[in-house]
Structures are given as structure tokens and as C-alpha cells.
Design a protein around this ligand. Structure first.
Ligand SMILES: [Zn+2]
Length: 154
């Protein structure tokens, strides 16, 4: 977390003001959520697990969203691979929300197929999906100042 230069205060602000963009009710050991917070004009993704018994919130991972990382060598089929970020998680296919961090209006695209690391939450998109995401981010008209949310059509 330190490498990314994200402060505790920013994480707290993201959790408090952020919007839940994905729920992972099946996550182990606690159900968790992916939150998107805009903290001082900077989008932050926080994956947090919540232990209802103790009321303690566990931060699983925090990152600057980077939706357009392309990983070659896999073709959009259901398969698992080893995560290249944390090097021990395996990925599983999920529908995720993607944040395109643009200068004026951040764009959230929901229901995007991705291979998500079960350990660290890193997402991988195949080339076709990445192309569509780029098209969407270029083609939508934006009113500045607000987060825009659209659905991904496969
Ligand atoms: Zn990982």
C-alpha cells in the first residue's frame, strides 16, 4: 500500500464517501465490497471485508484503478491463470465494474467480464474487452463533473 502512496486518510475517505460498485458476498473469510471513492479528484478503489460479528472492517486491497492493462495470451474463455501481480492468487471469471479515469468525467462501466485474482483483486481483461472499453471511453459524451455509469454490452 505504501508504494502506491495512498494515505490512510484517503482510504478512510473512500470508504466513507465512496460508492459500492461491486459486492462479493461469497468472499472468504468475510463478505467484501469494492468501493470507488473519489478523493481529492483522484479515484481510488478499495476492497474491504466486513466482519459483522466484531464490526471490524478489513481493507483487502487499495489501488488506483487501471482498467486498460492488457495481458496477452488468453482468449476470453473461462479459465484460471496465476495472478502476475501478487504471484499467488488464481483468477476467476467475474463481471466487474470498470472505472475509466478520464480527465473530466470518470466513467464507470458495469458488467464487464474480467478475470479477477481471488487473492489481491487485480483484474485482467482480454483484448476484445479492452478494445470495447477503449471504444466506450472514447465514444460516450460526457457532462463534466459527474461520474457517469453505463453497462457493458458483450
Ligand atoms: Zn493477485
Amino acid at each position: 500500500m505504501k508504494e502506491r502512496k495512498i494515505s490512510k486518510e484517503e482510504v478512510r475517505a473512500a470508504l466513507e464517501q465512496g460508492e459500492t460498485i461491486e459486492d462479493y458476498p461469497e468472499d472468504w473469510p468475510f463478505p467484501s465490497q469494492l468501493m470507488l471513492g473519489i478523493v481529492e479528484d483522484r479515484p481510488l478503489h478499495v476492497v474491504a471485508g466486513f466482519d459483522e460479528q466484531t464490526g471490524i472492517c478489513y481493507i483487502v486491497t487499495v489501488y488506483d484503478p487501471n482498467p486498460v492493462r492488457v495481458v496477452g495470451g488468453f482468449q476470453g474463455e473461462e479459465m484460471t491463470m496465476k495472478c502476475i501481480m501478487c504471484k499467488h492468487g488464481e483468477t476467476e471469471r467475474r463481471l466487474v465494474s470498470v472505472l475509466i479515469d478520464q480527465e473530466e468525467t470518470p466513467l464507470i462501466i458495469k458488467n464487464v467480464p474480467a478475470d479477477v485474482c481471488r487473492n489481491c483483486g487485480e483484474r485482467y481483461f482480454d483484448e476484445e474487452t479492452t478494445g470495447k472499453l477503449l471504444d466506450l471511453s472514447n465514444s460516450e459524451s460526457h457532462e463534466s463533473g459527474e461520474v457517469e455509469i453505463i453497462r457493458f454490452a458483450a
